[in-house]
Write a protein that binds this ligand. Structure first.
Ligand code: G6P
Length: 571
């Protein structure tokens, strides 16, 4: 959720703010930067946009920076709570949560420390000061790491060590980049690709010192700094910028056919060492969109889906014959990581389905199946969902529950152009939107409803088609839009019944279906192409587009919805 970026590079203040802007997509409510100038640490931070921060910073010369976008969790949104937090010789930015901050703070206050913010993060700056009294930055970091509990990725500037930025982490990601004559770092690779493609993902417990010419690392207990082998990221600047598109969300919806096709083709056969056939049962976990993929995956693989934050390996009797598929675009969602760890602790076979190579989830998993979506920048998950479905379809094939089909390229390409009828629907102001479906189409409705809430702030109710008459119908009025999704011929009659029930309460009805009879019965219809085995991947696209257009008509920024972050790295 929060973003970290920084440089050890000549005259790097502008680069720092430009890179910080590439992290905006993660969601933020305040931003700040600290730099070393004339031997002093200068902190500039404010509530609101990075553009505003840029104006406040002005043009200053520095070779060492740390910067941050904050998405408030502990302590309200305010300039004083924004990062960096400075104390004594140190300034820090922090992602994660210090769970024992209250007792640490009380202890430090007893020793005379004065705190400015109400964040958990500020204790880190105070501990560094406390532990670094002898002028040894590494000792100060070790002292701090030994005291803080929870999860963290920290970048720190130290006044008495003016040529390097220190990094340390546990549980939250930090990527170090190396260029010609400079070093840089970020919580997320996309922030760095304009500067370098040579990256190293730090391991938990590692400390790094990033200088212009030298980057050193220490593992726990090591006194001598060592070097690391830097890999090459395949992300390009065009992957992480909008190009000619007005929004990332539109760009990413347009990338659905090619990315789903690429992902499905990449997994024709199981990876070497696949142990799926030895499993007696499957549990699928995820949050948000990834949970909806888990629901569909469970129906394909005859397993059980559970929201990651509700997963309890003990209660679910996970053992070494239980396959647990953890689905996460980012591979960093705290609830999913916790479920994955829990599953592993009971001997479960952990399969990670994620879009980010080297993410925390990949380190835990027995098997990693990468979705090949490319960077997904828009907060709303779109193309990552369809690539997750492509991999889950392959797993169902490997388990013998599904026959291989042609890739989803053709139906997905065709559906992209058939949603235009929903543009009219998006213009109206609905008091409530109902989404109705049966079986797997119900899951499509759940995911579509999530998009409409996340991006367009519309109140949505998702309901089984047959269930609307058992209560929710009371909410249907002429100001209600009802969207009926039907891709299964067997659901047709139930959906037609539901449609006439809401029609007789004067609702406006939009139908998303390949079936004439149903399409004719709606006020608006998106005629779906033949899904050819990819009905759910196809059916979600018009709903994603409806959410996008609704947001745009309301003059909202679909890429950066309020109160949401791209990846939620706190429990
Ligand atoms: C957050 C985002 C959702 C996303 C969910 C899971 O809640 O706002 O859009 O679906 O996290 O993210 P993940 O990276 O684990 O797929």
């Amino acid at each position: 959720m929060c973003g970290i970026v920084g440089f050890a590079k000549s005259d790097c203040l502008k680069d720092t703010l430009d890179a910080l802007q590439l992290l905006e997509y993660r969601g933020y409510d305040s931003a700040g930067v600290a730099y070393l100038g004339n031997g002093e640490i200068v902190v500039v931070k404010r509530k609101g946009s990075i553009e505003g921060l840029r104006r406040k910073v002005g043009r200053k010369k520095t070779d060492l920076t740390i910067a941050h976008t904050r998405w408030a969790t502990h302590g309200k949104v305010s300039t004083v709570n924004a990062h960096p937090h400075a104390y004594g010789d140190w300034a820090i930015v922090h992602n994660g949560i210090v769970t024992n901050y209250a007792s640490l703070r009380a202890d430090l206050e007893r020793r005379g420390h004065v705190f400015r913010s109400t964040t958990d993060s500020e204790v880190i700056a105070h501990l560094l000061q406390e532990g670094g009294k002898k002028g040894d930055a590494l000792a100060a970091i070790r002292y701090t790491m030994g005291r803080i509990e929870g999860s963290y990725a920290v970048a720190a500037l130290c006044r008495y060590s003016p040529n390097r930025v220190y990094l340390f982490k546990k549980g939250n990601p930090l990527v170090v980049g190396k260029g010609e004559g400079f070093g840089c770092f970020a919580s997320d690779t996309p922030a760095l690709v304009a500067y370098t493609h040579r990256v190293y993902k730090m391991q938990d417990g590692e400390i790094a010192a990033v200088g212009k010419r030298e980057i050193l690392f220490w593992r726990e207990g090591e006194t001598e700094g060592g070097r690391r082998t830097f890999g090459t990221t395949s992300l390009t600047l065009s992957n992480v910028t909008k190009g000619d598109y007005a929004t990332y969300m539109q760009k990413e919806i347009d990338e659905i056919p090619s990315t789903a096709d690429r992902t499905y083709r990449a997994y024709e056969t199981p990876p070497m060492g696949w142990k799926g056939a030895e499993m007696e049962r499957w549990i699928l976990v995820g949050c948000g969109t990834a949970y909806h993929a888990a629901l569909l995956g469970a129906s394909l693989c005859k397993g059980e889906a559970i929201v990651a934050s509700e997963f309890d390996a003990d209660a679910m009797q996970v053992d070494d014959k239980t396959g647990v598929i953890a689905i996460s675009q980012s591979g960093e969602t705290a609830d999913t990581l916790k479920a994955a760890l829990d599953a592993k602790s009971k001997g479960g076979y952990l399969v990670a389905v994620t879009n980010v190579p080297g993410s925390s989830l990949t380190h835990l998993a027995d098997e990693v199946l990468l979705t090949l979506s490319g960077a997904e920048i828009g907060v709303a998950a779109t193309k990552s969902y369809t690539t997750q479905l492509a991999i889950l379809a392959r797993i169902a094939e490997w388990l013998g529950y599904r026959k291989p089909t042609p890739s989803p390229l053709v139906p997905l390409t065709s559906v992209l152009s058939s949603s235009a009828t929903l543009a009219e629907v998006a213009k109206r102001r609905w008091s409530t939107i109902f989404l109705l479906g049966k079986g797997r189409d119900y899951v499509t409705c759940l995911e579509g409803g999530l998009k409409l809430k996340e991006i367009a702030y519309l109140h949505c109710e998702v309901c089984y088609a047959g269930e609307i008459k058992h209560g929710p119908l009371a909410l249907v009025t002429r100001k209600t839009l009802v969207v009926v999704v039907c891709t299964d011929e067997e659901a047709l009659q139930a959906d037609l019944c539901a449609l006439s029930e809401v029609r007789s309460r004067d609702a406006t009805v939009a139908v998303i279906s390949p079936y004439d009879e149903l399409c004719r019965a709606g006020d608006h219809a998106v005629r779906l192409p033949d899904g050819k085995g990819w009905e759910q991947a196809v059916g979600i696209v018009p709903l994603q587009q409806l959410a996008l257009w609704s947001a745009l008509y309301k003059e909202l920024d679909p890429d950066r919805p309020r109160n949401l972050a791209k990846s939620v790295t706190v429990k």
